[in-house]
Design a protein around this ligand. Structure first.
Ligand SMILES: [Cu+2]
Length: 119
């Protein structure tokens, strides 16, 4: 269950409704590899983290690779994980041990969002 709260809640709710709709229209993909795409920060990029929504089983390590030319982060909206700054061409891993839905975003470009579903 995804829990929203604290100051970050405003970040999510302040997004234009159309953009939220785009986010939730993404397919759910079974993979543990996510690319931060080139130009991910651009507001009209529909899939900053690709795939935007992934589904894994508990105990799976997910790898994010920054394929952009600027720094990004992978930061859990619920505060469970935070990559800190991921340099271009670098990556970051995180292992999910608990079932749930984890919405994450980029602290530098908070309109960039992704979702990890752990079953
Ligand atoms: Cu970013």
């Amino acid at each position: 269950m995804t829990q929203y709260g604290g100051p970050l809640y405003g970040v999510m709710t302040s997004l234009p409704p159309a953009q939220n709709a785009t986010f939730y229209q993404h397919m759910i993909i079974n993979t543990n590899k996510v690319s931060i795409v080139r130009g991910a920060w651009q507001i009209n990029t529909t899939e900053s983290y690709s795939p935007t929504i992934i589904k894994i089983t508990s105990g799976t390590t997910v790898t994010w690779t920054n394929d952009d030319i600027i720094i990004h982060t992978v930061t859990d909206l619920g505060g469970k994980f935070d990559s800190d700054l991921i340099q271009p061409s670098a990556g970051w891993n995180y292992t999910f041990y608990h079932e749930g839905k984890y919405t994450y975003y980029c602290t530098i470009h908070p309109w960039m969002k992704g979702l990890v579903i752990v079953t």
